[in-house]
Design a protein around this ligand. Structure first.
Ligand code: GLN
Length: 197
């Protein structure tokens, strides 16, 4: 497996620094993405958690959103977490919000209630081979719930009956925050996708 050129981390808002650390720990260099030109010549892209409404607003008025969508649609390996999943979803409900429509899934925002919406949960691994792990911890912070997934989307892990880790081609989407779990198999899988690309 060869070295990987820089991975872009969308750095408009949210916990992008934690993703940069998680990649650095695995020997992967990252570059903060704030403008469309920052998207050039990337090996992959991370869409971090944070506040999706704010991220959408910060993308307005420039071609960043359109160029980012084109890069993702072009098959760039992507790790989207929490708000990043909301940005990519086909449809966003409760409250409804526009989205880039690149992940064939429907999500409800802030779906786990007000008091219990942040928790560390033991997840059910549905695809041990893909994840190279038998167990998985999920750090949920005002997380969205995936309510529908398309036929081309694999569910790699669940929280109870809810899909929480999805794979659609080279796109990985976690409604939780793997970058906050040291040594997370989810970040490891993303790095394997980068190296295979
Ligand atoms: N509740 C946030 C949103 O709707 C997501 C929370 C997160 O990314 N941790 O965008």
């Amino acid at each position: 497996m060869g070295a990987v050129s820089a991975v872009g981390v969308l750095a408009l808002q949210g916990d992008y620094a934690a993703h940069e650390r998680a990649l650095a720990e695995r020997g992967v260099a990252s570059r903060e993405v704030r403008t469309a030109s920052d998207l050039e010549r990337l090996a992959g892209l991370v869409l971090p958690g944070g506040e999706s409404t704010t991220m959408l607003r910060l993308m307005d008025g420039s071609d960043l959103g359109a160029r980012l969508a084109a890069a993702v649609a072009g098959g760039l390996p992507v790790l989207a977490t929490c708000a990043g999943v909301i940005l990519l979803a086909r449809e966003v409900r409760r409250p409804p919000q526009r989205s880039l429509g690149l992940l064939d899934a429907v999500v409800e925002r802030n779906a786990y209630g007000r008091q219990l919406d942040s928790a560390v949960v033991r997840l059910e691994v549905c695809d041990r081979e893909a994840l190279a792990a038998d167990t998985l911890e999920g750090v949920f912070i005002r997380a969205p719930r995936v309510t529908e997934v398309g036929a081309g989307v694999a569910v790699l892990a669940r929280r109870g009956s809810d899909p929480v880790l999805l794979r659609q081609g080279s796109l990985l989407a976690a409604t939780f925050h793997p970058e906050l779990t040291p040594g997370s198999p989810v970040v490891d899988l993303f790095v394997r996708l980068l190296r295979a690309a």
